[in-house]
Each structure stands twice: as C-alpha cells, then as structure tokens.
Design a protein around this ligand. Structure first.
Ligand SMILES: Cc1cc2nc3c(=O)[nH]c(=O)nc-3n(C[C@H](O)[C@H](O)[C@H](O)COP(=O)(O)O)c2cc1C
Length: 197
C-alpha cells in the first residue's frame, strides 16, 4: 500500500512540513506501512493555465512540472492532505496543485489533517469539498490540530509532538491514529474494488 502525505504549504518558514512529519511518525509508531511525504515545494508548479479543464481534455499535455506532480500522485493508493488555513481556506499553492488533477485520485481515499488557530477547520471543510470534486473518497475522520505552531511549537521541527499533548486521552494523537487506521482500511477496500473494474 502506498500512502502519500501531501504538504499543502510551500512558503519558507512554514510549519506544515512538521505536521507532515508528525503524521509520518504516528504511522510508523503504529506499524502502518507505506507512508511517504510528498512536498508540494519540490514541484514548483506554475499557475494553472491550461486552455481546457483537465477532466475534459483527452489530448492533454501538462507542463513538465505538472506531469511530474501528476505522475507522483498516480503512484499512491491513498493520501493524507496536510493543510494550513490561509484566510479561512487552503493555501493558493495547494488549490493550484489540486486544479491540475484529472483522474489521478479517482476512487482513492484521502484524510485531511489541518492546523491553525481553530484547527484549520474552515480550510479543512473547503479542502474536503475540493477533494470530492477531483474524485477522491474523503474519509469521515479528520484531524484538526488547534494552535499556532510557529509561535508555540507543540510539534517540533522533526515531527515530535510534546509528550503531554501526545498523552491526552481525546487529543490530537488519538484523532490522528484513528484517522490513519481508517485511511488504511479504506485504502485496502478501494484498492480491491478498483482491481475488479
Ligand atoms: C496568508 C495567511 C493567511 C492566514 N490566515 C489564517 C486564517 O484564516 N486562520 C488561521 O487560523 N490562521 C491563519 N494564518 C496563520 C497560519 O495558520 C499559520 O501561519 C500557519 O503557520 C500556516 O501554515 P504554514 O506555516 O505551513 O504555511 C494565516 C497565515 C497566512 C500566511
């Protein structure tokens, strides 16, 4: 099973990368295999400017960076989207990257992990709607990490989360592990179903 953790922010000094590392560590600690970080900042995507909507363009020739991004997405069976909240929505960089998708995510599950002053909750709701439109099966559990990580590094740069927060009975770690287990369940179920037709 291949599961990509997509880092939805590209700016210098961002914190979404450490949230992605937290996700990766939680998966490893719980013996969930196949997780890999995919960093949007490695793809340097130009602003989407194709003349025809990707889903309706059988003769599509995406630019080189977009092709690399789309080929990478195609490899996975499931996704964890780590999103910041910018002005009550997702980052422009993540929206732009999602606009390139045609069928790479179709019938594959995705979990949303958001962060921000109110857990990135408003960004998460926007992201779920966008992911549905690009064909993804958004799973019910989501993780909303409450806090401004740049000022209060509850999650350190290496992805370690403070032990007292980690140990909270109904805290973010519990929510994350639950979401990851559910994601793997959906990934296996949908992979089997996709193999049939
Ligand atoms: C352009 C911009 C808009 C923001 N808008 C919000 C917001 O609406 N709600 C919120 O909770 N935080 C907001 N923030 C704070 C971000 O949640 C915080 O900077 C976080 O670190 C962003 O993730 P990143 O560091 O991975 O880019 C905003 C930050 C930026 C840069």
């Amino acid at each position: 099973m291949k599961i990509q953790i997509i880092i939805g922010s590209t700016r210098p000094g961002r914190v979404s990368d450490r949230v992605g590392k937290w996700v990766e560590k939680a998966a490893a600690e719980n013996k969930l295999e196949g997780f890999e970080i995919v960093d949007l900042s490695d793809y340097d995507l130009p602003l989407f400017d194709e003349a025809i909507s990707p889903k309706y363009n059988p003769n599509r020739t995406p630019n080189d960076n977009a092709k690399k991004w789309l080929d990478k997405l195609s490899e996975a069976d499931a996704y964890v989207f780590v999103t910041p909240e910018y002005n009550h929505s997702i980052s422009g960089a993540l929206k732009n990257a999602l606009d390139y998708i045609d069928y790479q995510l179709t019938r594959k599950p995705a979990a949303v992990v958001s962060h921000g002053s109110v857990g990135g909750a408003r960004a998460a709701e926007h992201l779920k709607a966008i992911l549905l439109e690009v064909g993804t099966v958004v799973i019910p559990p989501a993780v909303a990490f409450v806090g401004m990580l740049a000022m209060n590094p509850t999650i350190e740069e290496n992805g370690d989360i403070q032990q007292d927060v980690k140990d909270q009975p109904y805290g973010p770690q519990t929510a994350l592990v639950n979401a990851l287990n559910e994601l793997v369940w959906y990934a296996e179920a949908l992979k089997t179903a996709r193999s049939k037709n």
